[in-house]
Design a protein. Structure first.
Length: 563
C-alpha cells in the first residue's frame, strides 16, 4: 500500500512529481512539510541523485541517511580511533587518525645486532638485515676473547679474534677465564706455604687476597754496633762502620767505632746552662744537676722582668713591665725592657662595640665591622633602623600595604599590622544577571547567575538571562486581540479564516493561508545541496486541479477497500 500512497501523492502534485521520480528512494517522493514551510503553505520536493556511500573500512563506517527536510540521500561517516592495519610492513602501531585514515609509524627494524645494517623495503616484504663487513669491530659477549669482529656473512654474527691471557704472575692465585666476567684469579687457601723469591724473608704464606708474604724478615743482627748488618740477594752480610757508639762510660762523649769496635771519646762536660743547678758527672750515672736553694739570686736573661731568683731549679722574675695597651688588635710584648705592640693578623676576630656591625675583625691594628646588621623584620608595617648602642629598632608606621586578601582593597598599616580596606565589589554585566562575589585567594569574581524569568528590565522582562522587549501587537498576558487573515497571493484570493487569538506577548497570526499563486519565496539552500521547491503557477493548471479531484476520490476509494 506504500507504493499506492506515493503514486497518489505524485499525481496530486502534478508536473512537480517529475522531479521526484528520478534519484529518490521509494518514499522520497512524499512531500515533507517542516514547521517553517507549513506556515507558508509550501511543499518540499526532492531533486538530484542519491549519493553512493564508499565501502566501510577499519577506520570509517558509512551510513546512508535521508536529509531532514529535502529527502535527498547523504552518506554519514562514523570515524573510529582504534587500532588498524595500513597494509604496509614498514609501519607499526597502525592507528585510525579520527578522519577515516589508517596511519602507522616507521618500523625501526632493529634486530639488536651490531653486525647487521637494518632497513625496511615495503615491496620486498618488510625488514631487511644486511651483514656488516668483517672489518667492523663488535663485542661477542665473551670476555675471554679479544679482537672481536663481525663475520661479514649472514646472519651477521660477532666472532672473537683471539684468546685472553689470564696470568697475574702471582704464586698464590689459580688463574682462569670466565666468558661472562673475564679473567679470574682465585686466591689459594689462606696459609698455603709459598716462596716470595726473597732470601731475606722466612716462613712466607699465601694470604686471603692471593699474595705471598706474611713471613718474618731474616735476622742478620750480630749484636755489634760497629758493624752494619744487612741482607741481600746472597743473604746476610756484616760491614765495619765508624758510627757513634757507647763505650759504657757515661762520663765520655762522642764515642765512635773503629775496626769493628767502640772507642772512647772526649770527657763529658756537664753544663746545662741553668744558673739554678749545680752541675757534675758521676761514673755510671753521667751528668747530675742538683737544684740551687730556692731564693738564690739569678738572672733569667729577660730584661722585661725584675727580682729574678731560683725556685725549684728555675730562674724566674718576681715582677715585670705592664705592656697592656687595651687594644684587642695588637699583641702586647716586651723586648729588651721595651714594650712593643705589633698588630694582630688581619681577620682576627674582635668587637668594635658597635651593635650595628657584625663579623668584626682586626684590620691593620684596628677593630672594624665588616658588614651592616640586617634589621629587616619583613614587616611592611614597621620602619626598621639600627642604633649603634642598642641595635635594631622597629617603629610602627601607617604605610599602604597588602593583607594578602585579594578581596580587599586600600589596605593600610595599623599598630604594626596590615589591615584590610574596603571589600571588592563585583558588578553584573546587565539587568538580567546577578553579580558574582569575590573569591578569596584569587580575587576573581565568581560566575554570575541569571535573574528569575519575568524580572523587569529596561523596555521588557528577563527571559533566560536576556532582556526581551515587550511587543505592542496585542494585549499582554492572555490578550484577546485577533490577527488578520492570510494575505492574498498573486493571482489568487485572500484567505477567509478568522485571525488567531491574542498571544501572551500580544501578537497573533492568521490561521488560513492566502490563495494560490504569488511570487516564489526565497529560501537558504541546505548545506548538503538539497533544496525546497514550491509548485509554480505552471504546475497548478485548471486541468491539473480537476485531475487532482478525481485522484483524491480514487485514493479514498482505495483506502476504503483496503480497510
Amino acid at each position: 500500500m506504500k507504493a499506492n500512497r506515493v503514486i497518489g501523492v505524485l499525481f496530486l502534485a502534478g508536473a512537480g512529481a517529475l522531479l521526484a521520480t528520478t534519484g529518490c528512494s521509494a518514499d522520497e517522493g512524499v512531500p515533507r512539510e517542516p514547521v517553517a514551510e507549513q506556515q507558508q503553505g509550501l511543499t518540499c520536493y526532492c531533486v538530484g541523485t542519491p549519493e553512493t556511500c564508499p565501502p566501510d573500512n577499519a577506520c570509517a563506517v558509512y551510513t546512508c541517511q535521508p536529509c531532514c527536510t529535502q529527502n535527498c540521500e547523504e552518506c554519514v561517516a562514523t570515524y573510529s580511533m582504534g587500532a588498524c592495519n595500513d597494509g604496509d610492513p614498514c609501519t607499526i602501531n597502525d592507528t585510525c587518525d579520527g578522519n577515516g585514515t589508517c596511519k602507522g609509524v616507521p618500523n625501526p627494524c632493529n634486530d639488536n645486532n651490531v653486525c647487521t645494517v637494518d632497513t625496511c623495503n615495503s615491496s620486498a616484504g618488510g625488514c631487511m638485515h644486511t651483514p656488516e663487513p668483517s672489518t667492523k669491530a663488535c663485542n661477542d659477549g665473551n670476555a675471554c676473547t679479544t679482537g672481536d669482529h663481525c663475520s661479514g656473512t649472514a646472519p651477521g654474527a660477532c666472532i672473537g679474534g683471539g684468546t685472553v691471557s689470564c696470568n697475574d704472575g702471582k704464586v698464590c692465585t689459580a688463574d682462569s677465564c670466565d666468558p661472562a666476567t673475564g679473567c679470574k684469579y682465585t686466591p689459594l687457601a689462606s696459609g698455603t706455604a709459598c716462596d716470595d723469591a726473597n732470601p731475606c724473608t722466612v716462613a712466607t704464606k699465601c694470604d686471603t687476597a692471593g699474595n705471598c708474604g706474611g713471613g718474618t724478615p731474616l735476622s742478620c743482627d750480630d749484636g755489634n754496633p760497629c758493624t752494619t748488618d744487612s741482607c741481600g740477594s746472597a743473604g746476610c752480610s756484616y760491614t765495619n762502620n765508624t758510627n757513634a757508639c757507647s763505650d759504657g762510660n757515661s762520663c765520655t762523649l762522642n764515642d765512635s767505632c773503629s775496626g769493628g769496635s767502640c772507642k772512647p771519646g772526649t770527657p763529658q762536660v756537664c753544663n746545662d746552662n741553668n744558673p739554678c743547678t749545680k752541675d757534675s758527672c758521676v761514673a755510671g750515672a753521667g751528668c747530675v744537676f742538683v737544684n740551687e736553694a730556692n731564693g738564690t739570686a739569678c738572672d733569667d736573661g729577660n730584661s722585661c722582668s725584675t727580682g729574678d731568683q731560683c725556685q725549684n731549679g728555675v730562674c724566674a722574675g718576681t715582677g715585670g713591665l705592664n705592656c697592656n695597651d687595651s687594644n684587642p688588635c695588637t699583641k702586647n710584648t716586651c723586648n729588651s725592657g721595651v714594650c712593643t705592640y705589633p698588630n694582630e693578623t688581619n681577620g682576627t676576630g674582635c668587637d668594635d662595640n658597635n651593635k650595628c656591625t657584625q663579623t668584626d675583625s682586626c684590620q691593620n691594628g684596628t677593630c672594624t665591622g665588616s658588614g651592616a646588621l640586617n634589621c629587616d623584620d619583613n614587616n611592611p608595617c614597621t620602619t626598621d633602623s639600627c642604633d649603634p648602642t642598642t641595635g635594631c629598632k622597629h617603629v610602627n608606621n601607617t604605610d599602604s600595604c597588602s593583607d594578602n586578601d585579594p578581596c580587599t582593597q586600600d589596605d593600610k598599616c595599623e599598630n604594626g599590622s596590615c589591615k584590610g580596606g574596603a571589600a571588592v565589589t563585583c558588578t553584573a554585566t546587565d539587568e538580567c544577571h546577578k553579580a558574582g562575589t569575590c573569591t578569596p585567594g584569587t580575587g576573581q569574581c565568581s560566575a554570575e547567575t541569571l535573574q528569575p524569568d519575568d524580572t523587569p528590565c529596561t523596555g521588557g522582562k528577563c527571559k533566560a538571562g536576556t532582556c526581551v522587549l515587550t511587543g505592542d501587537g496585542g494585549v499582554p498576558d492572555g490578550g484577546t486581540d485577533s490577527g488578520s487573515g492570510g494575505a492574498a497571493g498573486s493571482g489568487g484570493t485572500a484567505g477567509s479564516g478568522t485571525g488567531g487569538g491574542g498571544g501572551s506577548t500580544g501578537g497573533s497570526a492568521g490561521s488560513d493561508g492566502g490563495g494560490t499563486g504569488g511570487a516564489e519565496p526565497t529560501f537558504t539552500p541546505d548545506p548538503q545541496g538539497c533544496k525546497c521547491r514550491v509548485p509554480s503557477g505552471r504546475d497548478a493548471t485548471p486541468g491539473g486541479w480537476a485531475l487532482a479531484g478525481l485522484a483524491a476520490l480514487a485514493f479514498g476509494a482505495r483506502r476504503r477497500r483496503a480497510g
